[in-house]
Design a binder for this molecule. Structure first.
Ligand code: C2O
Length: 578
């Protein structure tokens, strides 16, 4: 490479302020039907944006305004969430149904308008209603204001978007309704996909169902990898290639060399694709492949959670002999937690010394699977209460979230009328201290939870530290916890129970990775820290839709600051009504 990695200025934003005027990037998203056949199934109708799977890629530059006119031509309620966008001053454009807006009804429309300021890298967008994001998703790329030459690493010759997904031979809306009514998780996906296509390793993959990346020898490529799968963390490899990671969740990292990328739903990774010595000389054809990381320990039926299959694409160098089959990569074991932990805990921020050192609010929050007893008002159990009277529920600090039905939480906040919509008693600690990760806790009555809509209220500009503690109730599992409206620093992560006396010594307060989604280690914990400088209602939840539906979430209510710019703006006039 022509330029040395170390000589480049990190974050050259200051240099480039004068380079180009901010632009308006405008799109129309028609959420509607797409007729498609995968895995040799008969054509079926799915919900997609502009008839594409994945949907359109939005490309903007730092500082631009993005305007998306969303038209709902589907038979379902719909919203779009701009995953990882801070939405400073535009909380009404965040998108989660019933948190920041009522959904757009069939036939309705809504214009999302927001700035991409102070953020660069790979983000994405997806539906935030029911399981529709299984097919309603796409990339959202923010380039530096000064263009590719302003990257804090050597400019790649080309960039490739790699969106990972899950595919069901069924209506995902029906799957979600069925899961809600039975309290049982939806079945595993029929396939993992790369840029919408399952690839060659399924029983019945037709010719046009493998995505192909065409590369040239001696050129450099940066992959923008997005895990848009509904419920599955993934291992990602390319045969005879390794990677240099340069960013995660649109935050630059120190260059990190690895032969495998680990990516949980909601996360993104930007990585250079580095050919092995022989490949650089001869080119050839190679499989890019994904398999699930099955983190569940002692799950009731782990095989049921994931389909143990391989999604793939082909990486083909120009001029290669196409009659030879592509080379297959060696993939980790499905439960290779050591490899996951190595990758996720080794990433560090490119720019040091950005962590706020004083903490105003300390929270210790359990993230758990559990059960709930069906009561007369628990719609999750309707219309078919299960025979033993309990269903799956998941919770944070034993509170299992249920979203309001008639008013969005942000409207309730804005109109100062939380009554009957939410309560301000999300607890800072679990109701009971117990051995969170011991096998014996599996059958404890602690696993019983109840439904509620609780928020944690934060004063403007307060610094929050949250310990996320996984539990062994029902099953240990690595939950990808996503926060809307903010990035957070991941100070430390490890296995077992968090020890508040000894574990703070493990905190990286110098250059911790910054993310919007942290995969809490299975049977372990992660500590995050962020500054609540963005007034609004900000969802925090597990990015497995199956767990989100069972209640694995909470909401931060961030109060107004002292000025008009730091206060909630009024809702846009076209905000959908329930
Ligand atoms: Cu990408 Cu609330 O999610």
């Amino acid at each position: 490479m022509a330029r040395s990695w170390s000589l480049l200025l990190p974050f050259a934003l200051a240099l480039v302020a004068s380079v180009a005027q901010a632009a308006v990037v405008e799109h129309t998203f028609n959420v509607g039907n797409l007729s498609i056949s995968q895995l040799c199934q008969p054509e079926m109708i799915i919900t997609a944006v502009n008839g594409q799977l994945p949907g359109p890629t939005i490309v903007a530059s730092e500082g631009d305004t993005v305007v998306v006119h969303m038209v709902n031509e589907s038979p379902y309620n719909a919203t779009i969430h701009w995953h990882g966008i801070f939405q400073r001053g535009t909380p009404w454009a965040d998108g989660p149904a019933m948190v920041t807006q009522c959904p757009v009804l069939p036939g309705g429309n809504y214009t999302y308008r927001f700035n991409v300021t102070g953020q660069e890298g790979t983000l994405w967008w997806h539906s935030h209603f029911s399981f529709l994001r299984a097919t309603v998703y796409g990339a959202l790329i923010i380039k530096p204001r000064g263009g590719a030459k302003a990257y804090p690493f050597p400019k790649p010759d080309e960039e490739k978007v790699v969106v990972l997904g899950e595919w069901w031979n069924a209506s995902v809306y029906d799957l979600q309704q069925n899961a809600l009514h039975t309290g049982q998780p939806a079945p595993p996906a029929n396939a993992y996909t790369i840029n919408g296509k399952p690839g060659d390793f399924y029983n019945c993959s037709a010719l046009n169902q493998t995505h192909k990346f065409e590369l040239k020898q001696n050129k450099t490529y940066m992959l923008r990898i997005i895990n848009a799968a509904l419920n599955t963390p993934l291992f990602f490899k390319v045969a005879n290639h390794s990677f240099t990671v340069v960013a995660a969740d649109a935050c630059y990292t120190k260059p990190y060399k690895t032969d495998v990328v680990v990516i949980s739903p909601g996360q993104t990774v930007d990585a250079f694709l580095v050919p092995d010595a022989g490949v650089a000389a001869v080119g050839g054809r190679y499989y890019m492949a994904v398999i699930p990381y099955n983190s569940a320990v002692n799950a009731l039926n782990p095989e049921f959670l994931y389909s143990l299959t391989t999604g793939s694409a082909v990486v083909e160098y120009a001029g290669s002999v196409t009659t030879l089959p592509p080379v297959r990569p060696q993939l980790p074991q499905y439960n290779d937690t050591a490899t996951v932990h190595r990758f996720l805990s080794n990433l560090t921020a490119l720019v040091p010394n950005r962590v706020p050192l004083a903490v105003d609010t300390h929270m210790f929050v359990t993230v758990s699977m559990g059960d709930t007893v069906c009561g007369p008002d628990q719609t999750m159990c309707m219309p078919n209460p299960p025979i033993n009277g309990t269903i799956f529920a998941s919770s944070m600090n034993n509170a299992s979230l249920i979203l309001p039905k008639n008013t969005s939480m942000l409207e309730a906040l804005y109109h100062n009328n939380a009554d009957g919509v939410y309560t301000r008693d999300f607890p800072d600690t679990p109701p009971l201290v117990f051995d969170y990760t011991a096998d014996a806790s599996d059958t404890a009555t602690l696993k019983f939870t109840t439904k509620s809509t609780k928020v944690k209220t934060l004063p403007y500009n307060s610094t929050v530290q949250m310990v996320l503690q996984n539990t062994r109730l029902v099953s240990k599992e690595s939950h990808p916890m996503h926060l809307h409206g903010f990035n957070f620093f991941v100070l430390a992560q490890d296995f077992g129970n968090y020890n508040e006396t000894t574990d703070p010594a493990k905190f990286n307060l110098v250059d911790p990775q910054e993310r919007n989604t942290v995969a809490v280690p299975t049977g372990g914990w992660a500590v995050i820290r962020f500054v609540a400088d963005n007034p609004g209602m900000w969802f925090m939840h597990c990015h497995f839709d199956a767990h989100l539906d069972f209640g694995l979430g909470m909401v931060f209510e961030v109060q107004d600051g002292p000025t008009a710019e730091t206060s909630l703006p009024p809702p846009p006039s076209d905000l959908p009504q329930c």
